[in-house]
Design a protein around this ligand. Sequence first.
Ligand SMILES: [Zn+2]
Length: 290
Amino acid sequence: MERRVFFGNFFHSLSFQRSESVLNGFIAIEDGKIVAVGEKSSYETWNHPNKKDFEEVQLTETQFFLPGFVDTHIHAPQVPNIGLGLDKPLMEWLNEYTFPLESQYKDKNFAKHVFNKVVRRTLNSGTTTASYFGTIHKDACKVLADEALAMGQRAFIGKVSMNQYSPETYVETFEESIKDNIEVIEYILSLKSDLLSFIITPRFAITCSMDLLKQLAVIADKYKLPIQSHISENLDEIKFTMELFPGHDNYAQVYDVAGLLTNKCIMAHAVHLTDDEVKLFAERGTSVAH
Ligand SMILES: [Zn+2]
């Protein structure tokens, strides 16, 4: 069992409202878990049956600890395109830059090459937890899970689902989507890691039929999984969504009718939510990654 105690400066949050900075403190870690924190002066009186086995590490004056960052929305396959196409509105940007790049991840080696860098780079920046959008490809999503596991990042792995209004080279059928989602879910379960979880990931309502959205909600419920998607980033997107799903009061209701707005759901952007939609999110306990 690994036991270490670090001496130095750190800050952490005790709750959403309270943070604490500790100058000259200690953090004791046993088997990957923090077992005690406090002022260095209180270390002498700290009781632990195996205290003598803790390896002592002193931080330098310019080093400090802080809690890991949590990225609630990151598209792992898009990292090679960071900064490209910012002049384009959402739908054009997807078609010109994003879909052509994402379709390349059917090549497992390409996926490994990029995802290794993505996990390494986010960890190097202090992101210890990330909620990833992958691509539609099951093998690429397994690679992303493998990379996160190998490097010890807490990761939510999302196989993107999209069975309509997508390019011919980057689309799946309803049946393929369901089969591949379940295959990746079972794969991640087989890894038996507390750090990894699958996350149900319809790209957004436009690229999913209502049948698919509903079936994804059924799978989320069956396996008790979190959910992530996008909503109301752009006015054209909202208009098109309402045309594709007539009879709904608003965009959020499309997801709600499908059963996807749960208290384990993160919806990204939410720039143009109406008051009714905000109320619905609050009722369902759905979160926003803005
Ligand atoms: Zn996104």
